[in-house]
Design a binder for this molecule. Structure first.
Ligand SMILES: Cc1ncc(COP(=O)(O)O)c(C=O)c1O
Length: 326
């Protein structure tokens, strides 16, 4: 299936122009002063946060690999259904792990509250959640920070599809126990560029020079996103694309939630999850959706199907096939 970049003439043209400008044979890449990194500066301007608190890396994946593995954490706390790299990285570093149950965020918070924590614990949670797209409200995060004694990683890979893109950023400016991860993979539908950033006031020794080295991202990707963040027309083309995706997501949600046999969770991400009590119905619905792009089945604590939002025709076809199956 063609990507948004391939389908959109304006984006194709912009990419071609950008490629020409940057194909100049300059392969030097000296970042002698990491804080002068042009992308750190462009992001700082874009989100209006001091560059001192911004770190650029090769996608959120790099931040997970490096930050979760640090020996300053005594225990890694994860929701029992979470983006798998958190668990894998914790296992690799032989970390003590604790899993908190909760299909809905409210239940997660209630269960988490019962656990005694200490200042060297690290809680990692995606919001909107990798599992079902549910987003923590600011009050919920403040509530967590009140009873939880450790550091919180808020993985905002999908935040650009929510209605609260910038609300949580000041949390990490007000509180050095909060680390926010952001990615251009979902925001600009450009995961191949392997670029993301972290915002935190937390001081971790050698973070800028060795833990998150300033040479993680290629100069080509750096230039690409610096140009993109400075181009109002392209930024608004993406706003439109995301609004369109959000619209089709809500169309799908509104139709699916009317079906009694299904549990659908209101998502703030670019996907919707259907959650099942038994595998049988999950398999039946998954089969009915076969041949459509962007349908994934999981059996991770509970059986669920993730539907990645596409165009209106896609949403309507998903609804038609599910209604026919039930
Ligand atoms: C919750 C979450 N965090 C991080 C990532 C990885 O992001 P990146 O491409 O920036 O490494 C993903 C990718 O699927 C994700 O779902």
């Amino acid at each position: 299936m063609a990507s948004v970049w391939q389908n959109n003439k304006q984006l194709r043209k912009w990419e071609g122009k950008h490629f020409k400008e940057n194909s100049n044979g300059d392969f030097n890449y000296n970042l002698a002063y990491p804080l002068e990194d042009p992308l750190v500066n462009a992001i700082s301007k874009y989100i209006n946060i001091d560059k001192e608190y911004i770190y650029v890396g090769a996608g959120i994946s790099q931040f997970i690999n490096t930050i979760v593995g640090l020996n300053i954490w005594e225990r890694i706390i994860l929701p029992d259904i979470e983006f798998a790299l958190y668990k894998r990285t914790s296992e690799l570093h032989e970390k003590e792990m604790l899993f908190v149950k909760g299909i809905h965020l409210n239940d997660f918070i209630k269960n988490f509250q019962k656990i005694k924590t200490n200042k060297n614990d690290l809680l990692c949670i995606s919001s909107p959640r990798w599992f079902n797209g549910e987003q923590l409200s600011k009050n919920q995060i403040l509530e967590i920070l009140d009873f939880f004694k450790g550091t919180l990683i808020l993985d905002e890979a999908y935040v650009d599809y929510s209605n609260h893109e910038n609300e949580m950023l000041d949390l990490c400016i007000d509180n050095d126990r909060v680390i926010i991860f952001r990615s251009f993979s979902k925001k600009f539908l450009a995961s191949g560029h392997r670029t993301g950033y972290m915002v935190t006031k937390k001081q971790i020794k050698n973070m800028r020079n060795t833990i998150i080295p300033p040479h993680s991202v290629t100069s080509y990707s750096e230039n690409f996103f610096v140009s993109l963040l400075n181009d109002k027309k392209i930024l608004s083309a993406f706003d439109e694309t995301r609004s369109y995706i959000k619209c089709n997501r809500d169309l799908l949600y509104n139709s699916l939630q009317e079906i009694n046999e299904l549990e659908v969770i209101k998502s703030d991400a670019n996907f919707i999850s259907l959650i099942f009590e038994n595998e049988e119905l999950c398999n039946k619905i998954y089969e009915s959706l076969s041949g459509l792009a962007g349908i994934q089945k999981f059996n991770d604590i509970v059986p669920f199907i993730k539907i990645w939002i596409n165009n209106e025709r896609f949403s309507k076809e998903v609804i038609r096939r599910i209604k026919e199956t039930i």
